[in-house]
Design a protein around this ligand. Structure first.
Ligand SMILES: *[C@@H]1O[C@H](CO)[C@@H](O)[C@H](O)[C@H]1NC(C)=O
Ligand SMILES: *[C@@H]1O[C@H](CO)[C@@H](O)[C@H](O)[C@H]1NC(C)=O
Length: 189
């Protein structure tokens, strides 16, 4: 079964989603959203040092982190970072399927299924970014959860493999998507 023709348009479609959710929204503010520093936001959403570090990483690109910002800024930064990370992993999975001639069959199947999981995850993440950009939070929590569940589905697939070079990437994606959700919850969703 040749699945390559199916994977190629998938990757192109996803690249457009993530690129479209692009720059220029750093200054987004939404009515009623609380305002705080990066430090406060990360303290608020992190129960452990590992989560705090993930949060600081997610918000490392926020300008002037010592000043108060609308938490929408943090939610957007984290959502963009989670989507970019997931996009890179999806690209790596597709690259393995296409180019790695020593890929065992079970790994190949897992990566193809992961590419599908990730394409739906990226649709959900694109929807998160659009809603944050538009300050319209209807269904936002559900979009976050859908993206997270898709990434976790892929994690469960690669977890069953004896060893997978993608496993670490998928775990990072899962943590970034989870952190994006926690930061989004500062909006009261
Ligand atoms: C963040 O944490 C601080 C300190 O615990 C608290 O005062 C504040 O209300 C929290 N803000 C949000 C939006 O949770
Ligand atoms: C190809 O797949 C095998 C099995 O997972 C892996 O060990 C190897 O690193 C892969 N090669 C490349 C170039 O990614």
């Amino acid at each position: 079964m040749n699945t390559i023709p199916f994977l190629s348009p998938l990757l192109v479609a996803v690249s457009l989603i993530v690129a479209g959710a692009g720059a220029g929204d750093e200054a987004t503010t939404c009515p009623g959203a609380p305002s705080m520093t990066v430090e406060s936001a990360c303290r608020n959403v992190s129960g452990t040092q590992a989560m705090y570090d993930t949060c600081r990483d997610a918000l490392a690109g926020v300008a002037d982190p010592l000043s108060d910002h609308d938490v929408t800024v943090y939610a957007l930064a984290a959502a963009h970072g989670a989507a970019a990370s997931a996009e890179a992993t999806m690209g790596a999975a597709i690259d393995e399927v296409r180019n790695n001639r020593s890929l065992p069959g079970d790994e190949r199947d897992a990566y193809m299924e992961c590419a599908v999981d990730y394409s739906t995850a990226l649709h959900a993440m694109g929807s998160v970014v659009d809603k944050l950009d538009g300050c319209s939070f209807d269904g936002l929590a559900g979009d976050y959860l859908n993206g997270l569940i898709d990434v976790e589905n892929c994690r469960d697939r690669v977890l069953k493999l004896p060893a997978s070079p993608l496993y670490a990437m998928v775990l990072v994606d899962r943590n970034k998507a989870g952190m994006a959700l926690f930061l989004g919850k500062l909006l009261g969703i």
